[in-house]
Design a protein around this ligand. Structure first.
Ligand code: ATP
Ligand code: MG
Length: 623
């Protein structure tokens, strides 16, 4: 089912239902990846065996003397350094680096920095950081495979000159409007430019003048000479070089002509001896030009064979988020979030700060597979992958988010003047090797406000005071267990002048301490979490939720900002188990009953704990 063809401008509508959404709870079937079949076939047939390459990108002449490539395949991750990476990029990183690793190949980290205006060092740094955090490296066999497309500008210029000389490119003097008008339509052939058949010498001279800064932006453009009647509009003499009087963040002001993406990208792949050039589906129509260009340059002896081949897969689309850089930037600029690394952002830095792990993101990528059919992945798949990863790893802790004081009124009878009774709990219920947490039960503890009800609803198993039943007879106060501590019986509550409950009163039932013989002689259905009033630590807890309330924010052309979830962040002062005072930034926990939380990597400090809710224990959005 095709829900959303990227590049055709159609936005998904509210009716679009997510597909490819394996049930969160059941073990997902291994997802398919058609690229693996292609690579395995190529390896079997030896399509790329015997290529020469020493790890230094270069033209045919320089490759000829290089040794046989040590890598079975070469892939690349080629971001444009014009923004922060998002979860869609994580899929591309997982795919390219992962395939290289699985098949004895090498994945190149390449900055596709051919567009001078929008690129910045800040983005370069954050991209490298993100790839490494996700668990990948561009170093192999003692060599770095970090490349910059801007290093190939000299070759690209030479390649363009060759095309002109070979009668395969020309300088066009039509303005943008004329070019558009003459391009034709899907049903109508285009019209040849009046400059199409000018002599090669004339184009060569003009191209040199373009490079030398003799012409203003947009006045001349170099076009490939292919076929103005081609049914594929991308082959109707595409522009390959344009004038841009702009400073480049690496090349400085050396150039005032810059290659178009469609010209630069295949050349970058070929110079780096990429075998499998993997991109998203919107580039499918560009593949004929990719092949045309590389074949011509190989015929001219400029590029070594075998040439790279482009494969397309469908991009990752997740419900409840958006990955458009422009819209993400708007969220930051208009202060709907606190920055690119706001824990609600679908950026890698945001997900990391939210408490996502590289393993969870990999799991999500594996489960959603690689295909050519466009689909929406339900956000719950991402959250499910995180729960599955953290379940076995995160230490447990007791935390009270909405505190109500509980007074244990028979303390002195049981413990005398002793102000504390030691309790312990495993750090993880299934991993004894993770150790034991210790904390004290004290005469007053914090419990969740929702764990007390003056008039309990049906089926309520937590604390409620003695009260008169329908027949007038007294119903005893309810019993529940303080987790890892004693069974208690509720005896009443205290209220302020407005009738608001300010404290719950209860008695400890003797000889019921967890872990002692006979502890479960008194059976109770309710178990409640608690934190000592005197020993607990106050913490800022940021309760994050989805940033948007609808699966397809902005669908139907309305303003996506209208779909922002007003409750995507709620900050509370919580009481946390004393051991959490020692947590380091980035440490992840399961707060029992509440979900997974992480010590905020920016704001958490010893003595001033700050935790972010990463995800709740269960999906509360499923209808
Ligand atoms: P923009 O067009 O907004 O600048 P982009 O997604 O094209 O963003 P690039 O920096 O060109 O950004 O992307 C680097 C690589 O990541 C490309 O190969 C691209 O195909 C891939 N990629 C980007 N978004 C996704 C996605 N949602 N799913 C899978 N791959 C993606
Ligand atoms: Mg792009």
């Amino acid at each position: 089912m095709l829900l959303f063809a990227p590049g055709n401008g159609r936005r998904p509508s509210q009716q679009d239902k997510p597909v490819n959404t394996p049930n969160d709870k059941s073990a997902p079937a291994p997802a398919t990846n058609f690229l693996k079949n292609i690579i395995e076939g190529d390896i079997e047939r030896g399509t790329y065996a015997g290529r020469h390459f020493d790890g230094t990108p270069g033209d045919a002449a320089s490759q000829a003397n290089a040794p046989v490539d040590v890598a079975a395949i070469r892939t690349r991750f080629p971001p444009e350094p014009n923004g922060y990476l998002h979860i869609g990029h994580a899929k591309s990183i997982w795919l390219n680096f992962g395939l290289a690793r699985d098949y004895g190949g090498i994945c190149h980290m390449r900055f596709d920095d051919t567009n001078p205006e929008k690129e910045e060092q800040e983005y370069v740094d954050s991209i490298l950081d993100a790839v490494q955090w996700l668990g990948y490296t561009w170093n192999a066999n003692g060599k770095s495979h970090l490349f910059h497309a801007s290093d190939y500008f000299d070759f690209m210029y030479r390649a363009a000159e060759y095309l002109i000389t070979a009668g395969l490119a020309y300088v066009d003097e039509q303005n943008a409007e004329q070019m558009r008008a003459n391009r034709g339509t899907l049903t109508e052939a285009g019209k040849d430019s009046p400059w199409r058949n000018r002599p090669a010498e004339e184009s060569l001279r003009l191209f040199a003048e373009m490079r030398d800064g003799k012409h203003p932006d947009g006045s001349l453009v170099l076009r490939a000479k292919i076929d103005m009647a081609s049914p594929n509009i991308n082959l109707r003499d595409p522009a390959i070089y344009r004038i841009r009087h702009a400073e480049h963040h690496r090349a400085g002001d050396k150039w005032c002509v810059y290659p178009m993406y469609t010209f630069a990208h295949p050349i970058e792949d070929a110079l780096e001896r990429i075998t499998h050039s993997i991109c998203t589906l919107e580039f499918e129509d560009q593949r004929p030009f990719y092949d045309w260009l590389l074949a011509r340059l190989a015929e001219g002896g400029l590029l070594a064979r075998p040439l790279p081949h482009q494969y397309e897969f469908s991009r990752l689309n997740l419900t409840y988020i958006m990955t458009s850089k422009r819209k993400l930037k708007q969220l930051v600029d208009d202060a709907h979030v606190t920055g690119w690394d706001d824990p609600r952002m679908p950026t890698i830095v945001g997900l990391r700060r939210r408490g996502y792990t590289p393993e969870a993101l990999q799991l999500m990528c594996e489960r959603t597979g690689v295909s050519k059919s466009d689909s929406w992945i339900d956000y719950s798949i991402l959250e499910g992958a995180l729960r599955d990863d953290l379940e076995g790893k995160a230490a447990r802790a007791m935390v009270v988010l909405d505190p109500l004081r509980l007074k244990l009124t028979n303390w002195n009878e049981l413990f005398g003047a002793d102000p504390s009774e030691p309790c312990s709990a495993p750090a993880h219920p299934h991993h004894p090797e993770m150790g034991t947490r210790t904390f004290n039960l004290t005469p007053e503890v914090w419990i969740e406000r929702e764990d007390f009800a003056e008039v309990p609803p049906k089926g309520y198993h937590r604390l409620s005071p003695p009260r008169a039943g329908a027949d007038g007879a007294e119903i005893a106060g309810s019993m529940a267990r303080l987790k890892y501590g004693y069974v208690i019986r509720c005896t009443g509550c205290e209220k302020d002048a407005d009738g608001k409950v300010t404290a719950v009163l209860a008695e400890i039932v003797p000889d019921t301490k967890s872990g002692t013989p006979g502890a479960d002689s008194v059976k109770v259905k309710g178990v409640i979490t608690w934190v000592s009033v005197t020993e607990g630590v106050a913490a800022e807890v940021r309760l994050y939720d989805r940033l948007f309330t609808v699966p397809h924010p902005g669908a139907g052309e309305h303003d996506f900002l209208l779909d922002l979830n007003p409750n995507s962040k709620r900050v509370v002062t919580a009481w946390v188990e004393p051991g959490l005072a020692q947590a380091a930034a980035d440490d992840k926990f399961q707060f029992e009953r509440h979900g997974y939380f992480v010590a905020d990597r920016k704001d958490h400090a010893p003595g001033k704990p700050v935790f972010n809710r990463t995800v709740t224990l269960r999906d509360t959005w499923q209808k």
